[in-house]
Design a binder for this molecule. Sequence first.
Ligand SMILES: NC(=O)c1ccc[n+]([C@@H]2O[C@H](COP(=O)([O-])OP(=O)(O)OC[C@H]3O[C@@H](n4cnc5c(N)ncnc54)[C@H](O)[C@@H]3O)[C@@H](O)[C@H]2O)c1
Length: 361
Amino acid sequence: MSKIFNVAVVGCGIGRSHIVEGYLPNADKFKVKLLCDLNAERMGAVADEFAITRRIASFDEALAMDDIDIIDICTPPGLHFPMVMAALKAGKHVICEKPLVGSLAQVDAVMEQEKASKGMLMPVFQYRFGNGIEQAKAIIDAGIAGKPFMGTVETLWRRDAPYYAVPWRGKWATELGGVLMGHAIHPHDLFTYLMGDIERVFGRVATRVNPIEVEDTISASLQMKNGALASLTATLGSADDTTRIRLAFENVTFESDHAAYNPGEKLWKIQPRNPETAAKIDALLKDWQHVPSRFQTQMARFHDALTGTGPLPVTSADSRRSLELVTAFYHSSATNEDVVLPIGPGHPLYESWVPAQFRAA
Ligand SMILES: NC(=O)c1ccc[n+]([C@@H]2O[C@H](COP(=O)([O-])OP(=O)(O)OC[C@H]3O[C@@H](n4cnc5c(N)ncnc54)[C@H](O)[C@@H]3O)[C@@H](O)[C@H]2O)c1
């Protein structure tokens, strides 16, 4: 029998989805022992729904509990950095929702802390898991797709006033960014996961849709390290919610399912450009084993990593890559210049991309 890890879920918004999609289907691997939230009513409803008896408001108390193995951080983005650092220092394994932290300096500090800690850290990027995305990844990794030519990523979602009634949203101090950090971060991660590292970014950000501090509309032209070109577009002012990724390689063109929040689940349109490639894809996918999507597989693979039977499915390096793109976007838009990656200490936005007027005094 596999070891069952005891989990404390901190934050009962998306934290409820972690329970429903991630922990309950993996009940032989995880047990949610504790809920932590400042909102007692909300926590009570989730705790009652899943018969979780231990409920607390204090994060520090959760860290001090010896029988808790994993701290699952589902709080607003501005709290992630101090919470991840404290949980790692307390020796816990840590899962943290996106965005992991609010700057490259912070992610580098987290990566340093990881080296000194006995716990493992897994950031959340649940869109990476499911049959559609994983078949595309398998074809690319097998070398069948060939040279990457071009990619387009569209994150066209809709967010209106009720969404921004939650006080932490729309503000630099608490959301840390807009559509780049909170929404397009998932499709952009899928894109680099499949097409590789970015070399240069020319980006524009704007606030067009809602009366908020952070951006809600973006576009960029990219050059990848492998020479491919790409365009990224996103807005929160679409009529509906659509995510669409289209990637043209030498031998295959891929198009994602358009399901906004689970584009990796359903099979992607995979169009070989010649019969030899079609035959190779058929052979590769002949015995394909079903992969449940989103949190179910991300959590199951975290268990593999914790028990030494598989790699960590998402790493802080993956988060760093996504935050590097965000940094490049903001800098390019502010300077009207192309930004060359990688970005390290010494870059003007390494410590923070928050505009000066919104920084704490
Ligand atoms: N992966 C995804 O698809 C996805 C989807 C939605 C949200 N998120 C991310 O999850 C995080 C939470 O978003 P949400 O929509 O669930 O927010 P939310 O506001 O609905 O829930 C956050 C919860 O955290 C609680 N909280 C705040 N401060 C706390 C503290 N100090 N200690 C304990 N609890 C505290 C709040 O009371 C609230 O119940 C954000 O980082 C967001 O970007 C990810």
